[in-house]
Write a protein that binds this ligand. Structure first.
Ligand SMILES: [Zn+2]
Length: 284
């Protein structure tokens, strides 16, 4: 007799929480942000328009001018090592406000150049200006992108349902940032439901607002919970969730086949299982 059950996805090592950062535009302030993240062993994704790497610029937005120059192409691989480099459109054009061929070029030529720089596949994206539509999503899918981040935030720790419209938990300017971080780090997950904290922004904003302390305090706080939280890049989380969603079940749920190359953790009736890639596990 099969009992009613809920198969709960866990993150690697049986953790129920994951945390990731997503920072845009490849600006020089990323050097400071990456150093902070590395110190706290927090991982993230950096979304880069490869056609504007090395461009020198300042912006003032009504305040004192701030350097918004882009990092150099030849430092991308070293600077972001251990993190993910993702697409952000070749020249940061709005994919919905240029013709389809131009949008295709923005997507695919950015991907090609980034892949040359990092010497590997680039499979993540953030929409420039947060602008997207059905067409842009279809083009990204055809170009081999697995996910794309949008601008609206959820204020929650829910997992995305559509990876090509991946919404963050919040921007670092959110006034509830530390409140959210506190609530996330408490070990109070109902039924061990998996939770994801996804933070996004632009590192130059810390210079504009003179508030590097915001990200320092956030990283300092969450890094204390490394026994509960899986710190990962966007694509690592996307790949892992997709591996969970690809599990194949027998009719009675007794056998689960994991067709991916990644081990997947799940919890059934309070018991944790590590489902090895390419194997069938018998549920007791
Ligand atoms: Zn941008």
């Amino acid at each position: 007799m099969v009992r009613p059950r809920i198969d709960t996805m866990l993150f690697p090592d049986g953790k129920s929480k994951a945390l990731t950062l997503s920072y845009d535009d490849g600006v020089v302030q990323d050097r400071r942000l990456v150093a902070l993240m590395n110190r706290h062993k927090v991982k993230g994704t950096f979304n880069i328009g490869s056609g504007i790497l090395g461009v020198k610029d300042t912006a003032d937005f009504g305040k004192a001018p701030v350097d918004v120059s882009k990092v150099e192409a030849d430092e991308v691989k070293f600077l972001y090592a251990g993190h993910e480099v993702a697409g952000h459109g070749l020249y940061h054009s709005s994919l919905v406000d240029v013709g389809t061929p131009a949008a295709m070029y923005e997507i695919i030529e950015d991907k090609r150049r980034l892949e040359e720089l990092v010497e590997g596949c680039v499979r993540g994206f953030a929409y420039p200006f947060g602008a997207y539509n059905k067409n842009a999503k279809a083009l990204l899918r055809l170009a081999g992108y697995e996910y794309a981040r949008v601008v609206p935030s959820t204020g929650t720790f829910e997992l995305p349902t559509d990876f090509l419209e991946w919404k963050a938990t919040c921007h670092h300017k959110d006034e509830n940032l530390m409140e959210l971080a506190n609530s996330f780090c408490k070990d109070n997950t109902p039924f061990r439901r998996p939770q994801l904290f996804y933070l996004w922004g632009h590192s130059y904003e810390f210079d504009f607002d003179d508030n590097w302390n915001v990200i320092e305090e956030f990283l300092e706080h969450v890094s204390r919970y490394s026994d509960l939280i899986w710190f990962a890049t966007n694509i690592e989380i996307c790949d892992y969730i997709n591996a969970f969603r690809a599990l194949r079940y027998s009719a009675d749920g007794k056998f689960i086949y994991n067709p991916s190359a990644t081990a997947v953790w799940i919890e059934i009736h309070g018991k944790k299982y590590r489902l090895e890639g390419g194997t069938t596990t018998t549920i007791q």
